[in-house]
Design a protein around this ligand. Structure first.
Ligand code: NAP
Length: 169
């Protein structure tokens, strides 16, 4: 079975996005995002794809949209969540990996949370205004398997902690 792995960064107040973009600058976390997703298929909502603006190199992008006319060069298009997961599993097998990454945004995280196996969670020590959020995780469902507080880089706007959570069996 292909594992469904979330990668996300969340502020203290649950905010993950503002006005179609990220509400902080954290170059160190973007580097970590690149490492976590490298060589893997990634499922994302159409709005997140448009905020990134292009398929990211070294990975395969699966964009979920209800818009039958949506087309973008170099991405797989899924019409619903089930199709996105099916394409993700197929592409993961083709790429020789056991994971499909889910990279947001808010709508896609909410839709796939019940099926997620693992969450690579950056907790950002900031509480910005925003319009995309992530729900508070239920401790009876999620178990922390690792935690680290990487050194804040000179261009990082806030301190952050990286936690890896796994679904309890
Ligand atoms: N902090 C983080 O880790 C992080 C990660 C990713 C994104 N973000 C931020 O989150 C924000 C975007 O999140 P969002 O919730 O507004 O949008 P989103 O989840 O990226 O995309 C929403 C779109 O996905 C499509 N969609 C959603 N559910 C679907 C379903 N069941 N079937 C088919 N299509 C479906 C729809 O596209 P159509 O309208 O085309 O039908 C919908 O408008 C941005 O600010 C972004 O920067 C933050």
């Amino acid at each position: 079975m292909t594992e469904i792995v979330f990668v996300l960064a969340v502020a203290r107040n649950g905010v993950i996005g503002a006005a179609g973009g990220l509400p902080w600058r954290l170059p160190s976390d973007l580097k970590r995002f690149r490492e976590a997703t490298w060589g893997r298929p990634m499922i994302m909502g159409r709005k997140t794809f448009q905020s990134i603006g292009k398929p990211l190199p070294g990975r395969e992008s699966i964009v979920v949209t209800r818009d039958a006319s949506f087309h973008a060069e170099g991405v797989h298009v899924a019409r619903d969540i089930d199709e996105a997961v099916a394409i993700g599993a197929e592409r993961a097998a083709a790429m020789g990996v056991g994971e499909v990454m889910v990279i947001g945004g808010g709508e896609i995280y909410r839709a796939l949370l019940p099926r997620a196996d693992r969450i690579v969670l950056t907790e950002v020590d900031i509480a910005p205004a925003g319009d995309a959020t992530f729900p508070k995780l239920d401790d009876s469902v999620w178990r922390e398997v690792s935690r680290s507080a990487p050194e804040r880089g000179p261009r990082d706007e806030a301190a952050f902690t990286i936690r890896v959570l796994e679904r309890k069996q």
